[in-house]
Design a binder for this molecule. Structure first.
Ligand code: AMP
Length: 282
């Protein structure tokens, strides 16, 4: 694997592939790689000739300084993994390379940034939108790969790409889970054994709610039961548990099997904030 820290070196490398008419796939990550990330890489390798993985912990998308400081960093191990699975290029820029100056631009995603993650993490999607725009402009991929695990982020990025006419195809990869149901996340590394057990409440509540909805239960009753499940877990503090339209993030009051809908949740397990979601009909 070739590792580039600068846009210049990355680009002179990519230029050769572009001249050869190779298609380029980008997998943006914040490192601390896990099986979920590797699924994105696998999809990228299946559908593009050259795969670029970026590893950059973007400071502007962290609304909580402690979360930023404690974000897991395992760069040597990440590079070893990416080398082993034959990724072509890794882009690991320093802050100066991405933010030579502080952006003045502010992105506004309307309802998408006002609800759920947007409401609980002010400024988060502005930071995501800016860094993803930068990465798309730097790498100029044909296809960029994102995980359904961050469902609201997917909706934000699709809007960004549509509204600003980025000529890139967005591919969404379904959430990869541990055997017991917990969605893979870099932040899982911060959980102690008790918290790791407690973290199961997110996926348990989601799978419970999905099966209740599919057997005809009404959403408000299901939500109440799910909230009780969170409350029964002492190490857990739930932030939200909502049924939404996955492209607009309008909340849905009554489940309709003819409409696309997903349940989204966020909860603190100890000091670690986790998110998860589950499509009911997809
Ligand atoms: P992150 O490093 O957390 O910013 O994630 C990088 C990309 O991997 C994002 O597009 C995430 O949605 C995706 N991702 C993270 N966890 C998972 C997972 N468990 N399954 C599938 N994709 C994931």
């Amino acid at each position: 694997v070739k590792v580039h820290l600068s846009k210049k070196a990355l680009n002179s490398d990519l230029q050769i592939f572009r001249t050869d008419r190779k298609t380029i796939g980008l997998v943006p990550t914040m490192g601390a790689l896990h099986t979920g990330h590797l699924e994105l890489v696998k999809k990228a390798k299946e559908s593009t000739d050259i795969v670029v993985v970026s590893i950059y912990v973007n400071p502007t998308q962290f609304n909580n300084p402690a979360d930023f400081e404690k974000y897991p960093k395992t760069l040597d191990k990440d590079l070893e993994i990416l080398d082993k699975i034959d990724v072509d290029i890794v882009f690991t820029p320093e802050n100066q390379e991405i933010y030579p100056s502080n952006p003045e631009l502010r992105l506004n995603f309307g309802l998408l940034e006002e609800v759920l993650e947007g409401a609980f993490r002010p400024g988060h999607f502005n930071g995501v939108g800016i860094v993803v725009s930068k990465l798309l402009n730097i790498v100029k991929p044909d296809v960029a790969f994102f995980g359904q695990k961050d469902l609201q982020q997917v909706a934000v990025i699709k809007r960004l790409v549509e509204d600003l006419s980025f000529g890139v195809r967005i591919e969404v990869v379904p959430t990869v889970r541990e055997e017991d149901g917990l969605a893979f996340s870099s932040r899982n590394m911060r959980l102690n054994p008790d918290e790791r057990m407690a973290a199961l409440v997110l996926s348990k509540a989601l799978f419970f709610a999905k099966s209740e909805l599919l057997r005809g239960a009404d959403w408000l009753t299901v939500k109440k039961q799910a909230v009780q499940l969170f409350q029964s877990e002492a190490l857990c503090r739930m932030e939200y548990f909502e049924l939404v339209d996955p492209s607009t993030f309008k909340t849905v009051e009554n489940f309709n099997p003819r409409d696309l809908s997903s349940i989204c949740t966020a909860a603190y397990i100890g000091e670690v904030r986790l998110i998860d979601n589950l499509p009911i009909i997809d």
